[in-house]
Design a protein around this ligand. Sequence first.
Ligand SMILES: [Fe+2]
Length: 265
Amino acid sequence: MARFLQLSDLHVVAPGTLASGRLDTPALLRKAVDALLLRLPAIGPVDAVIVTGDISDDGTTASYDRARAELDRLGLPLLPVPGNHDTREGFRHCFGDLSFIPETGLIDWAQDIGDTRVIGLDTLIEGQGGGLLRRESLDLLAQALEGAEGRPVLVALHHPPLRTGIRFMDAIALENPEDLARTLTRRADPLRIVAGHVHGVFHGHLGRHSVCTGPSLCSAFALDRRADAPVGFMSGPTGCALVDTAPGGVWVEVPLDHGDGPFRF
Ligand SMILES: [Fe+2]
């Protein structure tokens, strides 16, 4: 088994600026890491941190430097994938020192943490909101699955293979979930797919495999499925998730604002 924190959609900007003119995301990330450090003893041991993309909002070197400095405060191995707001160049500036991040091309990787194989896939189309899984990524996935029969597998990518019903997000969804589904048919046992992008918790399935999207550390999208739903973000709820790959282990949301208490029953 292995246990992971899943952080997503940090949208860090250069310090001194605001994301979308409103969110002080460097400060929000600092606050989130402070809160997690306080709560980790209660949450229990964690083996690594999966970061499901949109690390930077503005693509600046300063934003990536700040993001990495904050993430390093957790003192845990980092397993990041890029999101649509990232650039591969910036991402490599931030995480290129990690041995498994390819020096060129798509940022796909596979890492074994305990008995769990974690497979990170690059869905980034630079300059666009939507995502795509290319043949190269699907080939890496197929190969990584072959070596992990009988063991837990987590697939991490930014764009989830599901639709939320929120039109402005579905307009920038993963273009080819069917290709992912086809590649995963070769896996005998169910695995978990963890994603971000939609700034909220959605559970679904791709074939026999579960799909969970994590909340963002900085903002959320209202569940408004009307055709004329206003396009924009909410300041919360924000949070992250905990994933436990032991038999019977769960994917559970960890809200950053968890209220007061505990109060006696
Ligand atoms: Fe995002």
